[in-house]
Design a protein around this ligand. Structure first.
Ligand code: ADP
Ligand code: ZN
Length: 619
């Protein structure tokens, strides 16, 4: 057996990274030595290296091929491309290949020359594929199984896939081959499910902190959501890649069209679009610089684009798990990124109604409501958002200094009296022949507006008519939103009429104090240095002087060329951060260049002299 390199040597040589992050080292050692592992790590934490490095180490010990089970065939091409760029012999088997291509890859696999093979679960569990695995196994050429997005095996999760259930066969058939299952879904039910269904009882569980310190969380009150979004993008993310989530297909289409009209390169993505259109849009998002994807939650799983600079929500997600997963797609490269959400009364009403009207049983609905409540509490919070998020996942932490509430502690106002006025007005409506009304009419009555509807129902005669003229309509919406979020009120039926809940009594009696955020224009991070025409250019991830900027731009142009030639996204060739470091430090020799994080041996050999030439020419 040839002497195998250490995992750290592989990390340095192949990937060009100086050190493992967090738990990576422990995981990699454990798996390379033949142990099973379950890895819980947030998005962007660096899960891929946890199986890629052991696969390479074991391959070099003549232990053959690692099989990576991954649910998204659309993304295998780029993942494999990235490995080949780094000089690691990898391939994928899926339905996009011609018969010839598939046969060639199967030969590579059966010879044991391949280091990593990616395949979808439905293929891995076919008799034909298992027979091939049998043959590899008999010859001692099956090095490792990696099961990515392992939460897909759980019905509790949001992405359940029937085919994942069949993967327990891997343990039954090849008990001596190490398995590593990976997921970014943290909750305990899902975790227990993964262990049981994939028979990972003997696996070591590695749980990383779920904090994503580079993501700045901000939740703003909806006023004119589209304009707020536009301002957010213009002020902070001109030219950046980002994702905007909307609830409905229609809103996705409209928002994308509107952003385009406003001069922002946006594309729609939802399950109602043609598969071909979806593929094309996803490709553009991955490959082009600065595309904004406006999408329903149909978009995102497995998207490993590292430089997504913001994730914006125009509608409330259904719970904190979804919010965290979706926002987690920002800033995988570790550079500053934003999670921005606008939310308002209608969001609360809509989400509650969706639960109420779903065909699920009452117990399930109760669970859903509790989860929604936790998200609403996060949205209404005056204190650190991150502390609350992490607490939800069972992690204690200190105020982060990098969320809207930490940066800009919101003023609050005492809405106890206003709440009582609103509730007693609703109570009066009920008293009048049991009638119910929606928020709009209630606010009109409270503010003493003489509308047709007010006249029709004689509401100007109510004792509550005009008792809330001192508050603006927006303030009233905030009060009602909070009352619904706290469960003192609920909305019903097609017209979202308001109904008092039992606990409203305590508010009416003045036993509950309500503090509300004062809606404010959060001053943003801003990019004072970038203005005018230059603002359209995406900023380098580190500060560069003018000459540095020129070198960075030249390197990016060179990279775009290479990416096009290889039919790969630019970040697969080099990350922005790697190019920026080259532009800053101006390496004068291949040796200097090899010291930069992200420059592995293969890339140095393939591109080193080209890079030095580009740097030289733009000096
Ligand atoms: P995950 O799959 O957990 O979301 P990835 O495996 O895609 O995360 O890694 C996120 C990013 O971090 C990738 O761009 C990867 O190259 C980078 N990365 C991971 N580990 C390291 C490391 N030890 N040093 C430097 N960069 C790393
Ligand atoms: Zn904070």
């Amino acid at each position: 057996m040839p002497s195998a390199p250490t995992p750290l040597a592989v990390l340095n040589e192949v990937f060009g990274y100086p050190a493992f992050r967090g738990q990576q080292a422990a995981i990699v050692d454990h798996v390379a030595a033949g142990g099973d592992a379950l890895v819980l790590m947030p998005t962007g934490g660096g899960k891929s290296l946890c199986y890629q490095v052991p696969a390479i180490v074991r391959h070099r010990r003549e232990q053959g091929v690692a099989v990576v089970v991954s649910p998204l065939i659309a993304l295998m091409h780029d993942q494999v491309g990235a490995l080949e760029e780094a000089g690691v012999h990898a391939a994928f088997l899926n339905s996009t290949l011609t018969l010839d291509e598939a046969q060639r890859i199967e030969r590579e696999m059966m010879s044991g020359r391949l280091v990593l093979l990616y395949a979808a679960p439905e293929r891995v569990t076919t008799p034909r594929f298992l027979a091939q695995l049998d043959s590899l196994h008999e010859r001692g050429l099956l090095s490792l199984f990696a099961i990515d997005e392992a939460h897909c095996v759980s019905q509790w999760g949001h992405d359940f896939r029937e085919d994942y259930l069949g993967l327990s066969v891997l343990h039954e058939r090849y008990a001596d081959v190490p398995r590593i299952a990976l997921t970014a879904t943290a909750d305990e039910l899902t975790r227990a499910d993964i262990i049981e269904r994939l028979q990972l009882g003997a696996a070591q569980v590695f749980i990383s902190s779920f904090d994503r310190p580079n993501i700045r969380y901000a939740i703003v009150e909806k006023d004119d959501a589209r304009r707020q979004l536009l301002r957010f993008i213009r002020d902070e993310h001109e030219g950046d890649a980002g994702i905007v989530y909307c609830l409905s297909r229609k809103k996705v289409e409209e928002t994308a069209a509107w952003l385009n009209d406003e001069g922002i390169a946006a594309l729609p993505y939802h399950a109602g679009l043609d598969a071909e259109v979806r593929r094309r849009h996803q490709d553009k998002f991955l490959r082009d610089d600065g595309v904004v994807m406006v999408a329903t939650i149909a978009f995102g799983m497995g998207i490993d684009k590292p430089d997504v600079r913001f994730v914006a929500h125009l509608d409330l997600p259904k719970n904190i798990e979804s919010y965290y997963q979706e926002t987690g797609r920002a800033g995988r490269d570790g550079a500053p990124a934003d999670a921005w959400m606008a939310y308002g009364l209608a969001d609360v009403v809509n989400q509650r109604r969706m639960i109420d009207e779903s065909p699920a049983d009452e117990e399930f609905k109760r669970g859903q409501r509790a989860k929604l409540d936790a998200l609403l509490a996060l949205a209404e919070a005056h204190d650190c958002r991150r502390v609350r998020l992490l607490a939800y996942f069972g992690e204690q932490s200190q105020p982060c200094g990098n969320c809207d509430n930490c940066l800009n502690p919101p003023a609050t106002w005492d809405a106890t009296e206003a709440s009582r006025k609103a509730l007693s007005c609703i109570y009066r409506f009920h008293q009048q022949r049991g009638q119910r009304f929606g928020a709009g009419h209630l606010i009109d009555v409270l503010r003493g507006k003489r509308t047709d509807k007010v006249a029709q129902y004689g509401h100007e005669k109510l004792s509550t008519f005009g008792i809330g003229a001192d508050l603006s309509e927006q303030q009233w919406r905030g009060v009602l939103r909070q009352l619904i979020a706290l469960g003192h009120l609920r909305t019903e039926g097609e017209y979202n009429t308001l109904e008092l809940m039992d606990s409203a009594r305590e508010v009416l009696k003045g036993e509950v104090q309500l503090l509300l955020r004062v809606p404010s224009e959060t001053p943003r991070r801003g990019r004072a240095s970038r203005s005018g025409a230059a603002a359209k250019e995406k900023a380098a991830p580190i500060a560069l002087d003018d000459a540095g900027q020129r070198r960075y731009a030249a390197l990016k142009a060179w990279r775009a060329e290479v990416a096009r030639e290889h039919n790969l996204p630019a970040y697969v060739v080099f990350h922005d951060a790697t190019l920026a470091e080259m532009a800053r430090s101006r390496p004068g020799s291949l040796d200097d260049l090899s010291g930069i994080s992200g420059v592995g041996a293969k890339k140095l050999e393939a591109y080193g002299s080209e890079i030095l030439r580009v740097l030289d020419e733009t000096a």
